[in-house]
Design a protein around this ligand. Structure first.
Ligand SMILES: Cc1cc2nc3c(=O)[nH]c(=O)nc-3n(C[C@H](O)[C@H](O)[C@H](O)COP(=O)(O)OP(=O)(O)OC[C@H]3O[C@@H](n4cnc5c(N)ncnc54)[C@H](O)[C@@H]3O)c2cc1C
Length: 537
């Protein structure tokens, strides 16, 4: 391993997709470096087990960061799981397939990013997708990413639909189609009931077949190497040994919203004063690196519904159910062990004048608090309420020049006063869905918000319990101007042969889960590299 045409750092959606597409050309060689392992077996296949076992705690597949103390969350540090391994986030996430609102991409274009409007990005969503349920102009049916309807057939889907209708919301046949607003069961990136992250969709089919694609797992890049302003390779650590590898064409950074800025900063690319304060020589002063951090804050309601076998929970009922669930999963890949937990989704506008939904709700068929780390010995449901377009912006900065130190992640949650106000309004609206005739008598206890009377009560309980929905993006912002990091072809401003292709390039956060948008960015980024090298002199 001495030289490749392309070196892709990070094996999440941005990295797996771009490495896979670039290696379609047998005349170029591509190396993909991923810090974590490639997980196989039950943890890699079964959606809930993969998520429960690996999401809530630090392990080989989870960076498990924490934020800095957040004044907006009463000084709490928020636990921040982050996928580590081939597949990146898709190796531990809940696989909900959502693209956001078409207006989100039109905003990107309006900010000066040519080629990123909704009509520009739709072909890349379609190219990536193999949708099993929708066949129309919004969907692809022969791409690598298998997307299907959930296979749990949980009777709660009908109850949720009924309650939403009683609350005045409308049914939406396809969140990723003509309209985003409304409610429905989730579509997921699974294949016939099994997890189907980008590692399975984009990389595994080519291993051993494409001799020009080399994948190095458990290999962490510590620095990008430069000659002058041109990226020429990377330094990495594998099996405890520090080595370097060169590239003939480009280095592609795809370490995600938290770790892409960290790698750039460790390589001397970032705010000059911050780098010097950490003793890192400044290769290129780019103050936007690590700025513009955005996330979807998620407040979790919890309702106790006693001993219902259709809800996951810790009780004698579930012990009996488990054997049935395992049997069904083994026979048919259907039932509870294909759950993504957040089985039901919806988007709502807080007023008829709102141009697009401000709030997403995800109804989980279990009481899962504090990212599943707080086990409640009860059956029930936990509706999640996500603030879709926060105005607050945070930062990712180095804690030190040592690559093994976690970065300082300061989301500055609720630092913009509109954010809490909008979130309070959204949480109250969603809580009302559970006071409808469908749920009124079914719910035994509201475990979190029973005491709330005034908006201040709601704001207090939200601040004391809210947390991440795992969508840190925006820290290598695409755009023009002094705080932008990459241009609209994802090339790092002021440097050569270096791009960022992952969720960190998002100038604003899409209103929906961020896996599908990151896959789209991988597809589009790879296409732009191919075009640029075709037209290179
Ligand atoms: C618990 C959880 C649940 C989620 N649920 C959903 C969901 O249901 N639906 C949805 O749409 N989104 C979900 N997400 C978010 C989604 O997974 C991410 O938006 C998406 O994975 C981002 O892709 P990315 O390529 O930008 O970065 P990542 O997926 O973070 O990938 C970056 C990769 O780079 C690797 N890396 C970092 N630094 C280095 C280095 N120096 N050297 C080598 N490798 C490195 C990391 O280990 C990681 O594998 C969830 C995320 C989590 C954590």
């Amino acid at each position: 391993m001495t030289e490749f045409d392309y070196i892709v750092v990070g094996g999440g959606p941005g990295g797996c997709v771009s490495a896979s597409r670039l290696s379609e050309n047998p005349e170029v060689s591509v190396a993909l470096f991923e810090a974590g392992p490639d997980r196989t077996g039950l943890l890699g296949d079964c959606a809930p087990i993969g998520t429960i076992a690996l999401g809530p705690r630090k392990n080989a597949n989870n960076w498990a960061f924490s934020s800095t103390p957040q004044p907006g969350l009463n000084g709490r540090r928020d636990f921040h799981p982050l996928g580590r391994g081939l597949g990146g986030g898709t190796a531990i996430n809940t696989l909900i397939y959502m693209r956001g609102h078409r207006g989100d991409y039109d905003d990107w274009a309006a900010l000066g990013n040519r080629g990123w409007s909704y009509s520009d990005v739709l072909p890349y969503f379609r190219k990536s997708e193999n949708n099993q349920a929708h066949r129309d102009e919004y969907h692809g049916n022969d791409g690598p990413a298998w997307v299907e309807d959930l296979r749990t057939e949980n009777p709660y889907h009908e109850l949720f639909k009924q309650a939403c209708a009683e609350a005045g919301e409308r049914f939406n046949p396809d969140f990723n189609g003509a309209e985003q607003e409304g409610y429905n069961t989730s579509q997921v990136m699974m294949k016939e009931g099994e997890r189907f992250g980008v590692n399975k969709a984009y990389i595994r089919p080519h291993l051993g077949k494409r001799s020009n694609l080399s994948v190095f797992t458990e290999t962490e890049c510590t620095r990008i190497l430069f000659e002058g302003k041109r990226a020429i390779g990377v330094e990495f650590i594998a099996n405890g040994n520090r080595r370097t590898v060169r590239c003939r064409r480009e280095v592609i950074v795809a370490c995600g919203g938290i770790l892409s800025p960290k790698l750039l900063q460790l390589s001397g690319v970032g705010d000059g004063d911050d780098l010097q304060a950490n003793g890192i020589p400044v290769l290129h002063h780019l103050p936007g690196v690590g700025g513009n951090l955005m996330d979807h804050l998620d407040f979790i309601l919890a309702y106790h519904i006693p001993a219902d076998p259709n809800l996951l929970g810790i009780s004698p009922t579930s012990a009996v159910q488990l054997a049935k669930w395992v049997g069904r999963y083994r026979r048919e890949r259907r039932g509870m062990l294909t759950s993504c937990f957040a089985e039901f989704n919806g988007f709502l506008r807080l007023s008829p004048e709102s141009p697009r939904p401000e709030i997403q709700y995800e109804f989980v068929v279990a009481i899962a608090l504090d990212h599943g780390r707080k086990l409640v010995a009860k059956h029930g449901i936990s509706p999640h309420v996500l603030l879709l377009r926060p105005k607050s912006r945070g930062t990712v900065k180095l804690a030190s020049a040592d690559f093994s130190d976690a970065p300082l992640i300061d989301f500055r949650y609720y630092s913009h006063p509109d954010d809490l106000e909008t979130h309070v309004a959204g949480v109250k609206r969603v809580a009302n869905f559970f006071k409808t005739p469908t749920f009124r008598n079914r719910i035994k206890r509201d475990l979190i918000t029973a005491h709330c009377r005034t908006d201040d009560d709601w704001a207090d309980v939200i601040r004391s319990q809210v947390g991440t929905n795992y969508h840190p993006v925006g820290t290598c912002r695409m755009g023009n101007g002094t705080d932008a990091v990459v241009d609209s072809r994802l090339r790092v401003h002021g440097l050569e042969r270096l791009r960022v292709i992952d969720s960190s390039i998002m100038p604003t956060i899409p209103g929906g889960n961020t896996m599908a948008p990151a896959i789209m960015i991988g597809e589009k980024g790879a296409d732009m590299i191919k075009e640029d090298w075709r037209s290179a002199p």
